[in-house]
Design a protein around this ligand. Structure first.
Ligand SMILES: [Zn+2]
Length: 253
């Protein structure tokens, strides 16, 4: 295992000193620092360029959320891991054990894996304009959690979202019209005293924030599978907002 392999999506309980590459969290899950020589004292990580089943299964939903927060912190501060994508690719050829599934917008400026500093095999990704949920997306989330073992559903909106602007403007274009109609209830549900137009970035971002909640509501109401897993404590369904300015992901937890 080389340094790059060690620099994968990982849980770091605190500040890493450059001489200590491998730490242990309070729960016993091996954790890695992005810098420094690896100390290969944890057998299950000895050849892990990507999440193994054993590693993923030991993580709790809260730990996975913390991993995503720390990954975003690395991204936001310019300290991203230097991913060895070829090693990650090789490590995931025979199977995948992603820890989370992310439902986010198609916006080219909001690529979930990059802004969470995740690698190949770490997360499922469902992307649709305006991060709404429909039957096919619910089916995808159900596959990710109930069959493939992901433990967190992260719904991620973002600032300056074009789909949100389109819904505010009642834009009409082919099949996009129907998609935007699914966002309109969030426009009406947004409490905002100022100018309620797509030209007002503050209002657009408030609607985007509001829009995350009905998506989560749809997941819980229309997926007995996911609602059951959440009720049993096997998964967590969490909302979040990615800010283009500054690069921070705010988790609604
Ligand atoms: Zn968007």
């Amino acid at each position: 295992m080389n340094n790059t392999d060690m620099n994968r999506w990982s849980l770091q309980p605190g500040h890493c000193d450059s001489r200590r590459a491998l730490l242990k969290s309070a729960t016993g899950i091996a954790t890695l620092c992005a810098i420094g020589a690896p100390l290969l004292s944890v057998p299950e990580l000895s050849d892990a360029a990507a999440l193994t089943k054993d590693m993923r299964d030991k993580l709790t939903p809260d730990q996975i959320i913390e991993m995503m927060k720390q990954g975003n912190e690395r991204f936001r501060t310019g300290k991203m891991s230097s991913h060895d994508y070829l090693a990650q690719k090789r490590a995931t050829v025979s199977g995948q054990y992603p820890a989370a599934v992310i439902l986010s917008c198609i916006d080219s400026r909001a690529p979930a894996e990059i802004i969470l500093d995740a690698g190949i095999g770490d997360t499922f990704n469902a992307r649709i304009a305006g991060n709404i949920a429909n039957d096919d997306l619910l089916g995808s989330l159900e596959f990710a959690c109930a069959l493939a073992g992901a433990k967190v559903v992260l719904v991620m909106g973002h600032t300056a979202c074009g789909a949100i602007k389109g819904a505010i403007d009642s834009a009409q274009l082919g099949n996009l019209t129907g998609l935007l109609n699914k966002i309109k209830p969030a426009v009406n549900a947004t409490h905002y005293e100022g100018e309620r137009t797509s030209k007002n970035g503050e209002f657009v971002d408030e609607v985007a924030k509001t829009n995350v909640r009905p998506t989560i509501g749809t997941i819980r109401e229309r997926s007995d599978v996911l609602a059951g897993l959440e009720k049993d404590g096997k998964i967590k369904i969490v909302g979040s907002m990615y800010r283009l300015v500054g690069g921070r992901v705010d988790f609604f937890t």
